[in-house]
Design a protein around this ligand. Structure first.
Ligand code: ITT
Length: 195
């Protein structure tokens, strides 16, 4: 892929997402955090869909700064739960948001249910020169019966991607970042800039 010099704000308050995206993109991408861009308020996420929330976060920051902005909205879709927690993944067990309580709620909702099929999805919304672009990534897998591993974040300790026998939380950062929903979306973003 040719060298691309791209500078953009990453519109997330989630340090884990930021670290993952940073590791996935080549050094020719200069990433600015919300704090560095002077954005010190919570970004509203009220659209009701993952795609809509990604756009909403990107628009909020782009309208404030006028700079190229990338936002990530993601979630876990569980087949037996009608694709919940979905857009509500971050606050599945209510406020204040807490990864461990979310995971415990998920395992308890799935207790006694044999269908463990799930998917992570990420929608990246890019706004550049006033134009909006969306890149979606997905990884299919299944939800375990109990937590395993200490890496990653969110639902990683209970998610085993298809073709693997360990959870995302048991993988190294590089292993997760090669196959994750976010990696697939970031790959599409890179292809877009390579054109
Ligand atoms: P920003 O909106 O500030 O970017 P957030 O944590 O609120 O950060 P989302 O609204 O997109 O992000 O919530 C997505 C939730 O889905 C996140 O809090 C995790 O619980 C879960 N999630 C997303 N990506 C994940 C991943 O790679 N591994 C595990 N869980 C993930």
């Amino acid at each position: 892929m040719p060298e691309m010099n791209v500078s953009m704000i990453i519109a997330t308050n989630n340090q884990h997402k930021l670290n993952e995206i940073r590791k996935m993109l080549p050094l020719s991408f200069t990433l600015e955090t919300l704090k560095e861009a002077g954005i010190n308020f919570e970004l509203p996420e009220t659209s009701g869909t993952i795609e809509g929330n990604a756009l909403q976060k990107a628009r909020t920051v782009y309208n404030e700064t006028g700079k190229t902005t990338l936002a990530d909205d993601s979630g876990l879709l569980v087949e037996a739960l009608d694709n919940q927690p979905g857009v509500d993944s971050a606050i599945y067990a209510g406020l204040p948001r807490d990864d461990r309580r979310n995971v415990d709620k998920l395992l308890s909702e799935l207790s006694g249910i044999n269908n463990r099929k799930a998917a992570f999805i990420t929608v990246l919304a890019l706004i550049m020169d006033g134009q909006e672009y969306l890149f979606e990534g997905r990884v299919n897998g299944r939800i375990t019966e109990s937590l395993s591993g200490v890496g990653g974040f969110g639902y990683d300790p209970v998610f085993i991607p298809d073709g693997h026998s360990i959870t995302f939380a048991e993988m190294s950062d590089d292993e997760k970042n090669a196959i994750s929903h976010r990696a697939n979306a970031v790959r599409k973003l890179q292809e877009f800039f390579a054109k």
